[in-house]
Ligand binder design. Sequence first.
Ligand SMILES: [Zn+2]
Length: 236
Amino acid sequence: MAGVEVQRRSFLAGAVTGALSLLLPGDPSFAATASKVIWNLPTSKVQRFAWTVDDGVSSRAVTEYLKFAEQENLKFTFFVTSCYETWHQNKAKIQAGLQSGRIQLGNHSHTHKNWAHLTDKLIRQDLMGCHNRMLDLFGYDMRPYFRPPYGLFNDQVLSVAAAEGYSKPIMWNGSLADSGSTNEAALRRNANTWIGPGRIVIDHANGTFTADHFSDVLNVVRARKLSTVTLREVFG
Ligand SMILES: [Zn+2]
């Protein structure tokens, strides 16, 4: 039951900071479905967390994350929404980041539709649309890592994705900055609340707000003596 409690707490944290859900924690099928997705990193003696960055509306934001990763020896997992030009525009830098292991790409759909409302065929189309584009662009296979748009999932979403080799759905413990408006105090508060050992933190490359205040986040990372990891590094 402890595991379920942790998932419920993490889920609620995610829900508060941006995720929506079709299943509520009181729903009897919630725990069973929630146990099929990844909320945290496994416990380890290494003090590390995963900084994940979703969507990619802002090409400049992605450029800034790539630069920041190199300058500060950090690692990021981008959950790519492939309909944006961002990935083409940053092609050479992303390719270099992939080769160095500093970044990982995960599948976040081609068009960011809510898969929980789609047929199997349309879920597959949106998932594999992203898959094929990143494969063409970088020769890079993102499987088995994906994050359904909006963090919305149900058994149907998970099983359609798994049938295509996407068997590791990645959720998160807490959010640094959502796509909507935020302010520096909120970013600092979020960083203080969510950055910690074993955490998976979500951020968005839809504007440059986080990038413009990277030092606020980095101060927390350094003060807590944490390293950053990609998901592939941890889960294989
Ligand atoms: Zn998203």
